[in-house]
Design a protein around this ligand. Structure first.
Ligand code: URA
Length: 212
């Protein structure tokens, strides 16, 4: 790939998403929240939809759910600035209601293009809306911690950080899942490196997930 290709595509897609009027959420939004992160991340996180703070600023997961996510990432040694974070729908549903199936469908093309351009090592599904939208899954609480492979893409399942606000016992689950996700990415890197090591015996010290 040329050095500018994925960045250009991502920037072009983000501009298109910012202009999107495919569903009625475009009439009530303040800002489109296309997503945030580097162009070739190890991990891509997919939540449900922007909330009030995200809508005001145009960035994903910066309110109370974002603070919970940040803390879980940090505990697991995952650098937020090294991962890509987005949502199933890019505009805030009024009163933070769950996005309808029509809204999710309207936004589907944007999300699929993001997944294709970013081509992360693993996609972390945050909560039941993303689980149902992307994999047709029913219970994220029952399936959390699992890895599902679909069409050559690896998905890691965990609970939505906002669910922790209403059910404190899910915090341990979220934190443990982030540790497993970090280990999964590190193991993948180790396997990648084994091939390189045969040619180059020098090994750099272990790095935080997200730092390239
Ligand atoms: N909840 C989400 O699903 N996404 C955000 O960006 C913020 C809260």
């Amino acid at each position: 790939m040329t050095p500018f290709a994925s960045g250009d595509l991502l920037e072009r897609l983000s501009s298109e998403v910012r202009e999107c009027t495919l569903c009625a959420l475009s009439q009530t939004r303040k800002n489109v929240v296309a997503g945030e992160g580097p162009r070739s991340p190890d991990i891509m996180f997919i939540g449900e939809a922007p909330g009030r703070h995200e809508d005001s600023v145009g960035k994903p997961f910066i309110g109370s759910a974002g603070r919970i996510l940040d803390a879980a990432l940090s505990k697991a040694g995952i650098d937020r600035s090294g991962v890509f974070i987005t949502n199933v729908v890019k505009c805030r549903p009024p009163n933070n209601r769950r996005p309808t199936s029509q809204e999710r469908l309207a936004c589907r093309g944007h999300l699929e293009r993001q997944m294709l351009i970013l081509s992360p090592k693993i996609i972390c599904i945050l909560g039941s809306t993303a689980y149902h939208s992307l994999l047709g899954g029913k219970s994220i609480v029952a399936d959390r911690g699992k890895i599902v492979k679909r069409d050559g893409i690896r998905f890691f399942l965990t609970v939505h950080p906002a669910s922790v606000i209403y059910n404190k016992s899910l915090l341990t689950d979220l934190e443990n899942d982030m540790l497993s996700l970090a280990a999964e990415v590190r193991d993948g890197r180790r396997l990648d490196k084994k091939t390189t090591t045969r040619r180059n015996r020098k090994q750099p010290p272990p790095r935080k997930i997200g730092s390239k």
